[in-house]
Ligand binder design. Structure first.
Ligand SMILES: Cc1cc2nc3c(=O)[nH]c(=O)nc-3n(C[C@H](O)[C@H](O)[C@H](O)COP(=O)(O)O)c2cc1C
Length: 196
């Protein structure tokens, strides 16, 4: 029984923990939909790394396609789909860059090759061939040999502050349950259900 009186972050935390406990593959993988300045949408999968300060945090290259979209239009939509347990969670909200200190702290925990990759890859830009990328990886490995890899200024996190969160539970006969929380002007949550 879904307790609609509870805070949506509490539900998210519980459902994510349950999904992980049930060994749902890549439970923290989510679609991130963005829209560019011309209204053209795009979507891609990224990993949710943290829920903190009232928002959902993911990381990537600020100069990427999604980075440019978010710059032009910070409204994004996140979607988790866990087919094995027939659940979906959709989060609409405003993406904002996290602080440099937060990005530094997370970057420092990444595997060294991922850190090098963040320098080598101009995410979303056309490249001549795959050797170009391997050469750049080698160059940066040489450049940072014997020292910690600093975070590139163009790489960091976004925090999505939700305006709406929907919890979807699949049920027989397509009579699914949809619990929606909407942020109101005074910061509280408006609760409603929608027809499946
Ligand atoms: C399972 C999975 C997890 C991914 N996680 C990330 C991530 O955390 N950050 C990221 O920038 N890209 C991640 N990617 C790659 C993105 O899907 C995408 O290719 C990349 O961010 C470039 O997207 P863009 O050109 O639309 O900006 C992941 C891909 C998959 C399949």
């Amino acid at each position: 029984m879904f307790d609609f009186n509870k805070d949506p972050f509490e539900h998210f935390d519980r459902l994510m923990k349950e999904a992980v406990a049930k060994q749902i593959p890549e439970a923290n993988a989510m679609s991130v939909a963005t829209v560019d300045e011309k209204g053209v949408p795009s979507v891609r999968i990224v990993y949710l790394k943290e829920v903190s300060k009232g928002g959902f945090v993911f990381y990537g290259n600020y100069n990427s396609h999604k980075g440019h979209d978010i710059e032009a239009n910070p409204m994004v939509c996140l979607n988790f789909h866990w087919p094995a347990i027939w659940q979906q969670i959709r989060i609409t909200g405003k993406a904002e860059k996290i602080s440099a200190a937060e990005s530094d702290a997370y970057f420092a925990t990444r595997a060294r090759l991922s850190q090098i990759g963040a320098w080598a890859s101009h995410q979303s830009e056309e490249i001549p061939d795959i050797n170009w990328l391997s050469r750049r990886v080698q160059e940066y490995e040489k450049q940072f040999d014997g020292q910690a890899v600093p975070r590139p200024p163009h790489w960091g996190g976004w925090r999505v502050i939700p305006t709406e969160i929907e919890f979807w539970f699949g049920l027989g006969g397509r009579l699914h349950e949809r619990y929606i929380y909407q942020r109101t002007a005074d910061g509280s949550w408006n609760r409603l259900m929608r027809s499946p």
